[in-house]
Design a protein around this ligand. Structure first.
Ligand code: ADP
Ligand code: MN
Ligand code: MN
Ligand code: MN
Length: 345
């Protein structure tokens, strides 16, 4: 029997790329084997000019399709030019190289994806006119006065689990209609591929409820939290004692050296200076800091990690709209190079 393969890719929209997808019907012969290359019109996705518009889709990750069920699959692709070299919009290729170079350090990530539901042009749960009660009760709340969209969130969680993604938790966030899911801990390419598929499933699941989801880092101006993508990171040396804590401090220090703070922040998602203001549990975008349990620092060392003398660090700066291929590449590149130099591998 033939089956449906939903080919998903990341487009060339600036400053923040969008997800696109289309369906390919595949025959029995494609089952279990390698999924075929495909193509699309790059002139409709900001990836090519009209006069030479063909781009190539190369499958890099596939999983069961929880929406269609049966033998149908989701297929995440990277975009190539017709000479099969990575397209300019393809950030995965550079991560693959960096991850390979530092694979011996066994880097691992868990990414906390915050997002906001919108309906009728405003966040789900916001009244038609004016504003809801100020922040305070919504985070991890319960009850119809505090929680908006839980049915969608539960459906998305179930879909991620059915797809076999490494989703490890969900919670309601600080603003009404704002939520979070976490993916990981996984190796760099795995966490980034699976986060992109989990994002696609979020949009697709919410679509059936007539609601949209956005990764806008500051969906409501004023005294409302932005949306981030805290990126938790460790290497084998950081996870394993007895020198784990020394490796953790090396990683934290490396992120503050020279031009590193800006190199990172300017690639952590468009509009980051609107979110990293120094208020709402953020550190100012132009000042790097790290600290134990400090949710006002750029990078937090969880209290349990200090107590155990090993574990991971949390980079709190990435925006919700960050490209996971980029943030994981930068963290591996900066921290693993410093750990290698210090002989902490
Ligand atoms: P927070 O208290 O910041 O809200 P969460 O529970 O939302 O924390 O997220 C913690 C994240 O840390 C999860 O995504 C999890 O996968 C990740 N994590 C746990 N252990 C490690 C580790 N050793 N290395 C990298 N990430 C880790
Ligand atoms: Mn969290
Ligand atoms: Mn959060
Ligand atoms: Mn966090």
């Amino acid at each position: 029997m033939s089956f449906k393969a939903e080919y998903i890719w990341i487009d060339g929209t600036a400053p923040t790329a969008k997800l696109r997808s289309k369906t390919k019907i595949l025959g029995d012969d494609a089952k279990g084997g390698e999924l075929p290359l495909w193509g699309f019109d790059g002139s409709s996705t900001n990836q090519a000019e009209g006069h030479s518009s063909d781009c190539v889709l190369k499958p890099v990750f596939s999983c069961p399709d929880p929406i269609r069920g049966g033998e149908n699959v989701l297929v995440l692709c990277e975009v190539l030019d017709i000479d099969l070299a990575p397209h300019a919009s393809n950030a995965r290729a550079a991560l693959a190289e960096t991850a390979e170079r530092f694979a011996a350090q066994e880097p691992v990530f868990g990414i906390e994806q915050e997002y906001t539901f919108f309906s009728g042009g405003r966040p789900l749960g916001f009244p038609e006119n004016g504003f809801p009660a100020p922040q305070g009760g919504y985070y991890c709340g319960v009850g119809a006065d505090e929680i908006f969209g839980r049915d969608i969130v539960e459906a998305h969680l179930d879909n991620c689990l059915k797809a076999g993604l490494g989703i490890c938790g969900i919670n309601a966030e600080v603003m009404p209609g704002q939520w979070e899911f976490q993916v990981g801990p996984l190796a760099p390419l795995e966490v980034a591929d699976q986060l992109w598929v989990a994002r696609w499933l979020l949009y697709r699941t919410a679509e059936d409820f007539g609601v949209s989801a956005t990764l806008d880092p500051k969906p409501v101006k004023g005294d409302w939290n932005g949306a981030g993508a805290h990126t938790n990171f460790s290497t084998r040396a950081m996870r394993e004692g007895p020198e784990g804590y020394a490796a953790i401090l090396t990683a934290c220090e490396s992120l503050g050296e020279g031009s590193k703070p800006l190199d990172h922040v300017k690639n952590y998602g468009a509009g980051i200076d609107d979110r990293l203001t120094g208020l709402h549990e953020t550190a100012p975008w132009d000042q790097y800091s790290y600290g134990v349990s400090d949710r006002g620092a750029s990078v937090r060392i969880p209290w349990q990690v200090e107590k155990d003398g090993k574990g991971y660090i949390e980079d709190r700066r990435p925006n919700a709209n960050v490209d996971p291929y980029v943030v994981t590449r930068l963290l591996v590149d900066t921290c693993c190079a410093a750990l290698e130099k210090a002989g902490q591998v």
